[in-house]
Design a protein around this ligand. Structure first.
Ligand code: MTE
Length: 328
């Protein structure tokens, strides 16, 4: 079975806020199999599953490269894609709720019409972009990437999006620009989770400029060939598949080119637990759990976590000379 019912709450160790629920679960209310745990949670908290990302299709540019070329570049992985229902119903998006299985319902009415992305700071051509503007800079490409959450679960997701490098070329970074600072929408009416101070809002993230220019770094506007649904970060989110999932900031409204390393939400929340680089690394454990293995959603056993999430060949050069034992 390859659907949401295989998602195992007890297998997945979420960041700080889930501890209460985990303690509750651990207290003996639930014993037995992992699958039973997930089912009990859903029985106690009935939610209607979203079956599809909708009907708005992303205009994907067909690739003229061979399967081998796409695999070698890391633009595709040769692994079973995670079921669309799982991608749509198991989310981290604290602007709506901290309950993974409830994000889809909580975000269902999030409207993104007229969305503008501002790109500013140390660039020669600052400007704002609609989603159509982004698609006209670069026709969306399909990228089938692994996604590894810092909580030790993973998926394989067919994204659609534009290389971040193409957007950067359009705004022309100045020589002093060394980092990108990303910002999610701040609007507690449309994102009611922002009324609670679970994190400092807006959610912020960052990349080094050379990381952002890497051909694997994607600004995703779709998944499973359809426009990105609210729970996955509509209308625009970052995808950097060699890094932990929290770097993949959702519903982006601003990208500023800056000279200094920007602050990031999870690092500000727990500096000893979530770093800036946050490259997937099976040899550096989270202070509260191992990163050596992961639960691929839809599978029963655990998998070994891969260095740089399996993208070592493509990205290791970005970090040569760095001591990655301190990268978490
Ligand atoms: N972006 C914003 N704005 N808010 C969030 O809570 N959660 C992050 C990341 N981006 C988050 C976010 C985390 S912890 C993960 S693992 C991924 O989104 C989850 O993406 P998904 O729900 O599409 O699987």
């Amino acid at each position: 079975m390859n659907d949401i019912h295989e998602i195992a709450d007890s297998e997945i160790t979420p960041p700080a806020f889930y501890d209460n629920r985990r303690n509750f679960l651990r207290a003996g209310v639930v014993a037995g199999s992992v699958i039973a745990t997930g089912s009990l949670y859903r029985w106690l908290n009935p939610v209607r599953l979203v079956g599809s990302a909708g009907t708005h299709v992303v205009p994907i540019q067909p690739s003229d490269e061979s399967a081998e070329e796409l695999l070698a570049k890391g633009w595709r992985v040769d692994e079973t894609m995670t079921a669309e229902t799982s991608i749509l119903n198991y989310n981290n998006f604290y602007e709506f709720t901290t309950q993974k299985e409830a994000v889809a319902a909580a975000a269902a009415n999030f409207k993104t019409d007229g969305w503008q992305l501002v790109v500013d700071g140390l660039v020669n051509k600052p400007r704002s972009f609609s989603i159509d503007d982004l698609h006209s800079i670069s026709r969306p490409q399909e990228r089938v990437y692994r996604m590894r959450c810092v909580e030790a679960w993973s998926m394989v997701i067919p994204w659609a999006g534009i290389p971040l490098a193409h957007l950067l070329e359009a705004v022309e970074p100045m020589p002093q620009a060394k980092f990108l600072a990303f910002e999610t929408l701040f609007d507690p009416v449309r994102m009611p989770g922002q009324k609670a101070r679970v994190l400092e809002w807006p959610y912020i993230e960052g990349l080094r400029l050379d990381e952002a220019m890497h051909p694997l770094a994607l600004l995703a506007t779709g998944l499973y060939s359809k426009m990105l649904p609210p729970q996955d970060g509509a209308p625009l989110r970052l995808v950097v598949p060699w890094k932990y999932g929290f770097k993949g900031i959702k519903s982006i409204v601003r990208i500023s080119l800056v000279a200094e390393q920007p602050k990031t939400s999870w690092n500000r929340f727990a500096p000893d637990e979530y770093g800036f680089l946050a490259n997937v690394n099976p040899t550096v454990d989270h202070p509260r759990w191992s990163q050596a293995t992961e639960q691929r959603i839809g599978e029963s056993g655990r998998r070994e976590t891969l260095m740089f999430n399996g993208y070592e060949q493509q990205v290791a050069g970005l970090y040569s000379g760095l001591d990655l034992r301190h990268d978490f």
